[in-house]
Design a protein around this ligand. Structure first.
Ligand SMILES: Cc1ncc(COP(=O)(O)O)c(C=O)c1O
Length: 382
């Protein structure tokens, strides 16, 4: 048995910075010297590069992934009286924006292996008020987009992909964010493509939507001091854009590192009774923003959040830091009490909230560290 030699963090963004430090520092200093800190050519260049990476015609950079989703809904003129279908197992921002534009979130339960919205259950949730679907490619694993797009098309629904955790992932050969009508990305520092602060972007092949997004992110204004509608201030800083330009060049390599780690974890963790490792669907190439397992409680009268929390504390004692994404599903959040969802209504999501543990996952995680995680888990569950 390997003893814990060093503590392993759940993520480590300092190592990534260290690997490109000189390049980033030079570029940031150039931006500082340029005096163009918001918008400008560096942001425009990044938008072109990000669009090209996704093989889409348009990219509109903004201040965060949350803003990207909000602006997408606004651009599609979704608001009061409308319903938007999404997953109950995601970060709160996914539904917060639906409520922020005055629409109603409608939740569809998830698939047990991918943690993503179960496309089989989608059609039953569509009503005459449904305007859009927001699939979330959670933890970097793509949603089954072929089936989802077919359902959306047959009901004339817009599809806004929440790609906050999945930059670089693909489904059936197409990058996520280029499959639906709009793709929304977060550049929060721990994302696959993470800046050194907040940032976000929206991708689309629809120039009219892109024009609308550009107006909305600039206080509803196309011409300075002439305001056509109520917008927001949501621009990407030039310093973030130049850092993201550099990091975009390394993204595929970093994502491959994550994929190798995920394969290694799977090889061993799938052999340990009591652990259900995540699996991507055939057709999907995941980028593993998180490696999230289920602690199934096999042989211990089933799973419980208490048992999962005990496993986490044991791992921490063995020097393995973990994260808990997410302890409570969105349909049971206090703020959504008025929507009337009851415990037990979306059982797979609710069970996931009791069972999940996100293991250390970042491109620089060494094989020795991966072994330490695996042995620590084996030890806890034996
Ligand atoms: C699935 C998902 N959607 C949206 C967001 C919001 O992104 P941001 O933090 O950049 O606003 C996040 C961020 O964690 C996320 O994980």
């Amino acid at each position: 048995m390997i003893q814990s030699v060093n503590s392993i963090p759940a993520f480590d963004i300092k190592q990534q910075y260290a690997s490109i430090e000189a390049e980033v520092n030079t570029a940031v200093l150039e931006v500082l010297a340029s005096g163009r800190y918001i918008g400008g050519p560096v942001v425009a260049e990044f938008e072109q590069q990000f669009a090209a990476y996704h093989h889409v015609s348009e990219c509109v950079a903004c201040n965060s992934g949350t803003d990207a989703l909000y602006l997408a809904l606004r651009a599609l003129e979704i608001g009061a009286g409308d319903e938007v279908i999404t997953t109950p197992f995601s970060f709160f921002a996914t539904t917060e924006v639906i409520s922020a534009v005055g629409a109603k979130p409608v939740f569809v339960d998830i698939d047990a292996t991918t943690f993503n919205l179960d496309v089989e259950q989608l059609a039953a949730a569509i009503t005459s008020k449904t305007k859009a679907i927001i699939p979330v490619h959670l933890f970097g694993l793509p949603v089954e987009m072929t089936g989802l797009m077919a359902i959306a098309q047959s009901h004339s629904l817009a599809v806004i992909e929440d790609c906050a955790q999945s930059t670089g992932a693909s489904w059936a050969g197409a990058k996520v964010g280029s499959i639906g009508h709009i793709g929304c990305f977060s550049f929060y520092p721990t994302k696959n493509l993470g800046g050194c602060g907040d940032g976000g972007a929206i991708t689309t092949n629809d120039p009219a939507i892109a024009t609308k997004l550009r107006i909305l992110r600039e206080h509803g204004s196309k011409t300075r001091y002439i305001h056509e509608e109520i917008g927001v201030n949501s621009r990407l800083d030039a310093i973030q854009a130049v850092i993201l330009q550099i990091k975009l060049r390394h993204l595929d390599f970093w994502n491959q590192q994550r994929q190798q780690i995920a394969n290694y974890y799977y090889q061993f963790l799938s052999q340990i009774p009591g652990i259900v490792p995540p699996q991507e669907l055939p057709g999907g190439v995941g980028v593993w923003n998180q490696y999230t397992i289920r602690i199934s409680g096999e042989g211990r009268n089933g799973a419980s959040a208490k048992y999962r929390d005990w496993v986490r504390s044991q791992l921490q004692e063995k020097g393995v830091s973990t994260m808990l994404y997410y302890p409570r599903p969105l349909h049971l959040q206090p703020v959504y009490e008025s929507l009337g969802y009851q415990p037990g209504q979306l059982p797979i999501s609710e069970q996931a909230c009791h069972e999940v543990i996100s293991l250390p996952m970042f491109p620089e995680l060494t094989q020795q560290q991966q072994d330490q995680v695996i042995y620590a888990l084996k030890d806890c569950l034996s």
